[in-house]
Design a protein around this ligand. Sequence first.
Ligand SMILES: Cc1ncc(COP(=O)(O)O)c(C=O)c1O
Length: 420
Amino acid sequence: MLKVSKFGQKVAAVSGIGQLMDDLGCALADGRHILMLGGGNPAHIPEVQKYFRRSMLELLEDKGQFEQAIGNYDPPQGNKRFIEAVSTLLNNEFGWNIKTKNIALTNGSQSAFFILFNLFAGTFEDGAKKKILFPLAPEYIGYSDVGLVKNLFVANKPQIQHINNHIFKYHIDFDRLKITDEIGAVCVSRPTNPTGNVLTDSEIEKLSDLACENNTPLIIDNAYGTPFPNIIFTDARPIWNENIILCMSLSKLGLPAARTGIVIANEEIIDMVSKINAVMSLAPGGIGAAIALNLVHSGEIIRLSQDIIKPFYQKKAADAVEQLAEQLDGIDFHIHRPEGAFFLWLWLRDLPISDAELYQRLKKRGVLVVPGHYFFPGLKEQWRHRKECIRINYAQDKETVSKGLEIIADEVKQVYKAKS
Ligand SMILES: Cc1ncc(COP(=O)(O)O)c(C=O)c1O
């Protein structure tokens, strides 16, 4: 067997999520018609794609622009014109005071998390070992394996608010939340993947105050948030200050292949992110910035997000909840209130089999979801709940989602029936 460093052993090892992604990919590739309610792909929304196509055509037709976009490396901080446009947009929208020195681009926000988590957690020069704290698990699966060292994360169990018999919401349990010296940074996704939760304004303010008091950066993953792609169905106020690292992305807008992440933070952090960009990839790719530049510059990206993207997903969420509620009648099921992103988080209380077995059974029937237990990075406590949930992506076309949900409901009913 090839001998590799600890870095290789850790990062190139077989990870749960790596295996799952392979499994999802192979299932799709084996020629059967698969109902893909797994993965995190955004929908292909024709009205939105029209804008990207138009941007691309303008880029091609505008003399010299296309050659500039493909022919030059950007600086390690990222494309200057795009950064300027983003800072102006955010300042106009939210009255912030963001300068271009507060923004760096990365090759997708996933790369930003790799950089940030390993900057603020791991082994420090004085020998201290620090971790990233997730105040509320479940949390995004993609964070799980980005640590260069083992055990980089700690997470807290949430409080559960039952909104009605079948709808619930997770809240941060502030009584249990301790930002000790061991914590290098705090991180939340808002809206949250996998649950569609949107932390309330008061939760996020409290978290920000706590982080500030403890001199610990607060990372807010805004991949689905405002002002773009704005897949938020509640009234959530975005916040930023010198202690907050806000991570955004062009992916969920409909440009995941462009690999464009946007980090907004204090100058010192942006300087470090830029330097790490230079080492890791010389410069972030510029195609996403080139396609989105005019949309950001004109502010059209906000209208697109508000008038097309948000209602598109909101309708899909409502349809999916309605169908599941009808078809799971008689089962002790609970759906996290969909407040944003494009996932339904289905909790099947006292599920007689594990979420992993349910995943396998659904796969046999041609439906792919993601088993819930992957979404608890850093949670040490035993908790049955984590094996009672699945994540369902409802971004696909109506027929696919509806057929998929029908099979999920039928399989779940069979599982409970076999027990009784
Ligand atoms: C919550 C969250 N954060 C970050 C990402 C990473 O997105 P990207 O690297 O495409 O910007 C995703 C992708 O699914 C996500 O769901």
